[in-house]
Design a protein around this ligand. Structure first.
Ligand SMILES: [Zn+2]
Ligand SMILES: [Zn+2]
Length: 225
């Protein structure tokens, strides 16, 4: 698989820089207002393949593997930006839940789809996300508004924040989290049982993303065993 991992090839760095290579590759017409909000450190982008309207991604401008790698000096602005993003989506759609497959460099044991920090925000209610997470270890409540950045050191993690702003985290998830686990579970919760980004976009099998990984994509070859 070619490296979507390095900064130079990272699809989210590419989006941040305004080149939109992935959108172009997939022939997705870019929405006029794809960027919901941004500041010098973070952006909220409309998900390139949303599960439902109002599905956004909060990403770092800097190429970090996950928000666990965010420097402590940025924790406060991160917590403010995260809250502001949830408020914005809440006003336009419904109060979102947030989650991150927090994989760390080299391990990717938390099921992230790309090695660039991104939190999914989805205006959905009633999804039993903490129950799903229990499969991978103790689910701890975290009340710090700068979570997950402030509550992890070097571990992989699964992070979830409900629509009331209550955070939950599993550190060092075990067994290894399947690729896109929470997102896939969410697809099932939303009655999209066989959600597959190639089907959604009718992407020919010969398309150059041969790894089957795009940001926020499902991968039919990567089901849980
Ligand atoms: Zn990147
Ligand atoms: Zn993702």
């Amino acid at each position: 698989m070619t490296g979507l991992n390095s900064t130079r090839r990272c699809v989210l760095c590419n989006e941040v820089s305004g080149q939109h290579a992935l959108s172009t590759l997939l022939s997705i017409p870019l929405p006029v207002h794809r960027v919901l909000i941004e500041d010098e450190d973070f952006l909220v982008l409309r998900d390139i393949c949303p599960l439902i309207p109002g599905h956004y991604l909060l990403i770092s401008r800097e190429h970090l593997c996950s928000f666990g790698d965010l420097p402590a000096t940025k924790h406060k602005t991160f917590s403010q930006f995260k809250l502001y993003a949830a408020d914005m989506i809440g006003r336009r759609f419904a109060r979102p839940i947030l989650f991150e497959h927090g994989s760390r460099i080299g391990s990717m044991a938390a099921g992230a789809c790309v090695e660039h920090a991104h939190i999914h925000l989805i205006p959905v209610s009633g999804a039993p996300v903490t129950l799903w997470m229990e499969e991978f270890g103790d689910v701890k409540t975290c009340t710090d508004p700068a979570a997950p950045s402030s509550v992890v050191s070097s571990e992989d993690y699964l992070f979830y924040e409900d629509d009331q702003g209550v955070g939950s985290i599993v550190l060092n998830p075990s067994p290894r989290v399947p690729h896109q686990f929470i997102r896939r579970q969410m697809g099932q919760h939303l009655d999209i049982p066989d959600w597959n980004w190639k089907t959604v976009f009718r992407l020919p099998d010969s398309a150059p993303l041969s790894s089957g990984r795009g940001p926020d994509s499902g991968n039919e070859n990567d089901r849980r065993s």
